[in-house]
Design a protein around this ligand. Structure first.
Ligand SMILES: NC(=O)NCCC[C@H](N)C(=O)O
Length: 258
């Protein structure tokens, strides 16, 4: 039976020192962040996801953004080498977690850098953002690991936001959604739907037509409802202050067999 597991990692004691690159720093409230994280995890569980907590990496302020430490394709994991040196200590715990789940494990090696937030899977197409965190060598290593398994890797430029998935994600049938001013090259996607808010571009597919998304994109939530989809809204405001979005707080493992 295919299982639905999601890796998560609770916010650490240094969360408020997380990196900011494209936004101005505003103070993070650690208690509110924990409450928001717990509600995010509860939403995953309510929609059929078994959550697997990755061990703490308390020296790394950004460790809660667990998506950046690994890319999954079927049951094959590629442990990343984050573009920001301060995040490299996050990967060991994630490697341990995916190994425990029986995944086969590959690793991005120096001089490659790759953040999971730069990787968007749509069916067997893997879009990878070449931007501030992921370099050309990282793209080449991703391609070398996943193309032999049947994936098609498409590299896309990312210059206006932190990660590819800060700009675009995809709806259940594969339409790529993005906030136009932040997308470098929308014509690279076979079907592209512009949305009216930046955070509206970030959806986590919960199954069926359900989309986990942030309360900060109410007009886009309305647009998705109008298209027959079911937005499930969570407030992740404290993480948005650190350029986080709904995708980066978990890694969904859809095709593990248990
Ligand atoms: N995949 C993601 O969107 N990750 C967000 C990472 C935010 C963190 N403050 C960082 O700059 O690395």
């Amino acid at each position: 039976m295919p299982s639905q597991k999601a890796l998560i990692r609770r916010p650490g004691p240094r969360l408020a020192d997380g990196l900011v690159t494209h936004v101005e720093r505003t103070p993070v409230d650690p208690e509110r962040a924990l409450t928001q994280w717990e509600a995010y995890v509860a939403a995953l569980r309510e929609h059929g996801w078994e959550t697997v907590e990755v061990g703490a990496a308390d020296d790394c302020p950004d460790a809660v953004f667990v998506e950046d430490a690994v890319v999954m394709y079927r049951n094959v994991a590629l442990i990343t080498r984050p573009g920001a040196a301060s995040r490299r200590g996050e990967t060991a715990g994630v490697e341990e977690a995916v190994s425990r789940l029986g995944c086969s494990v590959n690793r991005v090696r120096e001089p490659g850098t790759l953040d999971g937030g730069d990787v968007l899977k749509v069916g067997d197409t893997i879009y990878v953002g070449r931007g501030g965190r992921t370099n050309a060598d990282g793209v080449a290593q991703l391609r070398a690991v996943f193309e032999p398994l049947g994936a098609k890797v498409v590299a896309v430029p990312v210059s206006k936001v932190l990660h590819l998935k800060s700009a675009v994600t995809a709806l259940p049938e594969g339409t790529v959604v993005g906030y136009g001013p932040l997308v470098d090259a929308p014509s690279l996607f076979p079907r592209f739907l512009p949305v009216p808010e930046e955070a509206g571009a970030h959806v986590v597919l919960l199954g069926g037509g359900k989309l986990l998304m942030a309360t900060s994109a109410p007009r886009t939530a309305e647009l998705y409802s109008d298209l027959g989809l079911e937005p499930v809204l969570v407030d992740i405001g404290e993480f948005e202050k650190l350029e986080g979005c709904v995708t980066c707080l978990s890694v969904r493992l859809r095709e593990l067999h248990s």
